[in-house]
Design a protein around this ligand. Structure first.
Ligand SMILES: Cc1cc2nc3c(=O)[nH]c(=O)nc-3n(C[C@H](O)[C@H](O)[C@H](O)COP(=O)(O)O)c2cc1C
Length: 163
């Protein structure tokens, strides 16, 4: 039986209902003043084909928010099933890029070659998203490899087994 609730009165239930929407997982990267910074998100979405636009939304309360808020260039990496060990790495107080091999793209942004897909973005727009900021990027170039995506739903990671 379905349960009805008002998000303002029951934010936990709201969060749980949102978790019913299965997503992939992405790592957004920028060149920070002290080195590469990564932000693990599931708020990635495609927006437009012409021009090529994608979006994601960082929380304003995140310790990394300042690195991404006004970034002119950033890279969105779509994680493969084999990247589930990146979760603790990019959680609060995780190791981040320490010991993680990477290169830089022509805009100087750190890129990780093993990503399932990669979108090198230039800042296009940013919109109010309540306690998040909706950042829209124009995709300057993209790359992809073969493999299976990491899937996230209801707080758990898993595999996609299509029919
Ligand atoms: C699967 C997954 C998806 C996430 N998606 C988002 C997101 O879309 N936006 C966001 O602001 N934080 C998201 N987070 C949380 C951030 O990764 C957050 O930065 C992290 O919990 C560490 O907090 P800190 O940035 O304050 O250090 C997500 C975390 C996980 C594990």
């Amino acid at each position: 039986m379905s349960q009805t609730f008002v998000p303002d009165a029951d934010p936990r239930a709201f969060r749980n209902a949102l978790g019913r929407f299965a997503t992939g997982v992405a790592l957004v990267t920028v060149a920070g003043p002290q080195g590469p910074v990564g932000f693990l998100v599931n708020s990635f979405a495609s927006v437009s084909m012409d021009p090529p636009l994608v979006l994601w939304s960082p929380a304003r309360t995140s310790s990394r928010f300042g690195h991404f808020e006004n970034a002119q260039h950033y890279v969105i990496h779509i994680l493969a099933e084999s990247h589930d060990d990146w979760m603790p790495r990019f959680a609060r107080d995780g190791a981040g890029f320490e010991g993680l091999p990477h290169e830089v793209n022509p805009e100087g942004v750190p890129v990780i070659a093993s990503a399932l897909a990669r979108f090198d973005c230039e800042r296009h727009a940013a919109h109010d998203g309540g306690d998040h900021l909706i950042i829209v990027g124009r995709v300057l170039r993209a790359a992809m490899t073969e493999g299976a995506p990491l899937v996230f739903s209801q707080g758990r990671y898993g595999q996609f087994t299509g029919r």
